[in-house]
Design a protein around this ligand. Structure first.
Ligand code: AMP
Ligand code: MG
Length: 492
């Protein structure tokens, strides 16, 4: 028996310049850490076969499955605002595409599978810590209902990688609705390759924005589509306290999925200026800067598409600017609708946005935990006696008292019962998010003791983020002061 992947590879059928053909570098002694069995089934793969020795060798890049057409994709990108004309998959190899049970085409990529022509000075490998981190956070995001790449499997390679210290090597098998990035368009634009941009745009339309194909101006519709999805995505990030950490244009997906989890983090206490990434010295990618940066990245995409908009450059720029102008409105609409839901509004009234913003300001001043505040507010919606559980989260509890009086007056004007309101609020205010200190503890157990039980447990808790899970109440609590993680690392 061989493991069967029903590959149908369309990206590898694009012209040569789009990628480099390269096979994964075999690893010494692959061992499966985790297979995402439900995801495997959705992809039309047999999870038992993937857990067989042959399947594990495939997931670790030791064996290339039948039908794969392994490639490293070419791309460029602005990294922290500076343009790098050639990046590309330096430590990732796309095995191929499968069409899942919903009919959606998905890339299966190995991350950490050895050098490629785009590795530059890197070793093409990944360390266990970042692989576990990406596995946990991407699956948590999926469970939260936020568009994201998925994790199909994590394997240990049996080899060491050299970072600041010697670490166990690992491979993440990642699934994305594609790995096309803003930086992929920039790669061709930087080379003046208008034909390449057109081919790529046509591919992206066919794959992600089929409605654009029938629009009067398909390439304009493509840009509109990407803008709409990115505006929605970043709004959802903010609403759960997520900070991507490296919103470079090469980490901005055309499909609108969250991609390339590096030094990402979730807020503990609410702080709009929060930055965790050790490499983000100037706070370019701080929590509240993310919408602005998304627009900056989309502006770079629009520049790449100008040649497809019109032969008249001024006209093309004017059209691009008009489409980009839709971003702030779209973002604000999605963000404010989400905020109103978080505070339990069933209808919209004047003053609601200000009410929500005042809570955020009070949280910022009072150093209140973002996730716990909204979750406990959901409980308080059901039972006013539980206000004390919320107010104690604020450094100055009386500030909450002022706010909650206004809130109760506002919700009192809606016909829903307290129980209805609480349950609607719990459905949008997660109890469980992948907190940094939990992730660090999982990684420490895995590296230090070869113990993956904490990893499994955290994954299980995070798979039901909105549920009441009394047995795991401690997973909902913020870190103690001595557990607080202030810096996260990309670990490449
Ligand atoms: P990232 O910071 O993960 O978005 O990666 C930025 C660029 O560096 C991409 O082109 C990666 O493929 C490349 N890269 C990151 N880590 C490595 C590595 N260990 N070996 C080779 N290339 C890498
Ligand atoms: Mg990247």
């Amino acid at each position: 028996m061989t493991v069967h992947f029903p590959f149908q590879n369309t990206y590898a059928a694009l012209p040569e310049g789009f990628f480099a053909r390269v096979t994964p570098t075999p690893v010494a002694a692959p061992r499966l850490i985790k297979l995402n069995r439900p995801l495997a089934v959705r992809l039309g793969l047999d999870p038992d076969m993937l857990e067989s020795p042959e399947g594990v060798e495939i997931l670790a890049g030791k064996r290339v499955p039948n039908g794969a057409d392994p490639i490293a994709m070419a791309y460029a990108g602005h990294q922290f605002g500076y343009f790098v004309p050639q990046l590309g998959d330096g430590r990732a190899i796309l095995l191929g595409e499968v069409v899942d049970i919903d009919g959606v085409r998905r890339d299966i990529q190995l991350k950490g599978s050895g050098p490629t022509p785009y590795s530059r000075r890197g070793d093409g490998r990944a360390a266990l810590g970042p692989v576990l981190r990406e596995y946990i956070v991407s699956e948590a995001m999926a469970a939260l209902g936020i568009p994201t790449t998925r994790s199909l499997a994590a394997t240990i390679t049996g080899e060491s990688v050299m970072r600041e210290t010697v670490l166990p090597g690992a491979v993440l098998a990642r699934v994305a609705s594609s790995h096309i990035r803003v930086g992929t368009f920039q790669y061709f634009a930087a080379r003046g390759d208008t034909e390449g941009i057109k081919r790529l745009a046509d591919h992206a339309i066919a794959r992600h924005y089929p409605n654009a194909a029938g629009a009067d101006r398909p390439y304009h519709a493509l840009l509109e589509g990407v803008i709409a999805r990115q505006a929605d995505l970043v709004a959802r990030w903010l609403l759960v306290g997520f900070i991507h950490g490296v919103m470079n244009t090469d980490n901005t997906s055309i499909s609108g999925e969250t991609i390339d989890y590096g030094p990402c983090a979730f807020l503990d206490h609410y702080d709009p200026a929060a930055v965790f990434s050790s490499i983000d010295e100037h706070g370019r990618y701080a929590y509240a800067n993310q919408p602005r940066i998304a627009l900056w990245n989309l502006t770079r995409l629009a520049e790449c598409l100008l040649s497809l908009f019109s032969d008249d450059k001024d006209k093309a720029i004017e059209q691009a600017q008009s489409i980009l102008g839709e971003f702030p409105g779209r973002f604000t609409l999605a963000y404010q609708a989400g905020l109103r839901q978080k505070i339990g509004m069933f209808t919209r009234r004047d003053g609601d946005e200000a009410l929500a913003q005042d809570l955020l300001d009070t949280m910022a001043k009072g150093q209140a935990d973002f996730t716990v505040t909204f979750r406990r507010l959901s409980d308080a919606a059901e039972d006013a006696n539980r206000d004390s559980d919320v107010r104690q989260l604020f450094a100055d509890p009386s500030a909450y008292d002022d706010w909650v009086a206004r809130w109760r007056q506002r919700i009192g004007g809606e016909p829903q019962t307290p129980a209805q309101r609480a349950s609607a609020m719990r459905a949008v205010n997660p109890a469980f998010i992948p907190r940094n200190h939990r992730i660090e503890a999982v990684i420490a157990a895995a590296i230090g003791r070869d113990d993956f039980a904490p990893f499994e447990k955290l994954l299980a808790v995070l798979s039901k983020p909105y549920d009441v899970q009394p047995a795991f109440a401690d997973y909902a609590t913020p870190p103690e002061p001595d557990q607080r993680v202030l810096r996260t690392f990309c670990g490449t």
